[in-house]
Design a protein. Sequence first.
Length: 252
Amino acid sequence: MSLRDKAVLLRQTESKGWKLLWSDDFNYRGLPDPKKWNYEEGLVRNKELQFYTRSRAENARVEDGRLLIEARREPFRGATYTAASLVTLGTFSFEYGRIEMRAKLPAGRGTWPAFWMMGEDIGRVGWPRCGEIDIMEHVAHTPGVIHANVHQIGDDGKHWSKGEQIPVPDCTSAFHVYAAEWFPDRLDFFVDDKKYLTFPYQGPGKWTFDRRCYLLLNLAIGGNWGGQKGVDESAFPQRYEVEYVRVFQKPR
């Protein structure tokens, strides 16, 4: 996508009353901008198979106006796969707005790319009390199906979640815009401006989405969900290609 095309999409969103708060259009080369992105590192969660590396160009780099997050089958620090998880924890957080990404997703059974948010107070209150907003997930053992999910505290004080899915048959061969709009009274989820899930306010003590959140972009391999039907070892390397990430807010 050219700079002009990116600018056109920016103006389209701003024409709906949103004002750009933060963005990375990846109009540079090399490692992701350290002023915007940090990393998760290691074998992090969900019994996934990848080791998330830090500042390693083989797994996360910017080329030709795109962020490339690449999963590779290779031995690395006791793991059999490497990939990257980029986060804005420590560089940027916000409360409420429109969050969008334009991306093409990896194929190959076992891949599990995601674009999501968590409360920046996770280190103090833990998960799921911090809240989790999954804007886009794709588990490649059910190809062409995009998922949105929210995770929070239920009536019993334990983890509770709700989600929805939408068919996007060409999500691994074409770019689409994945977005969420976050308000005090609801969360709306979209693919290419088609809304397919609204999650309304749940009431005092049960609504964890009233705190500042940070962004995550990651490519997992296997794990509790992504690996339910195994991993196609012959499919690697695989790339998660992102043309931009943007956060907007309504002027007050």
